[in-house]
Write a protein of this length. Sequence first.
Length: 144
Amino acid sequence: MWKCDKCGREFKRKNQSHSCSGDKPNTIDEYINSFDGIKKDTMDIVRKEIKDVLPDATETIKWGMPTYFQGENIIHFAAHKNHLGIYPGEEAISEFKEKIEALRHVALKGIWRIPWGEEIPIKLIQEIALYNLNNRKNTNIGKK
């Protein structure tokens, strides 16, 4: 077992690749501002557009990523090396899989991957966020 000095997580392989930044952000501002360039710009836009359709949702950090919470988790997003991950849950991904795949994006168990540098499908992100808000009992995206 190997333990990362920055985040404290344990792994089977020494120096196993993983995402951590040592000190975890406490706010969405801290999270987004820890990036620069296209990643920061994209997340700033996604944040604003989600907040526009979820004005009563609380912004928080859960599982190390920006989360919108209103009675329960509605939607999350996170920066990865090659893509922005949108995490609306398995039911929402299933409901919108055809639209996501029409964009030639990957949609897996509760995750939608939007490659960096591509046009941000804001209307679809907003549609999914509203779907989850209106169908919260079925979102299966956690209730922490």
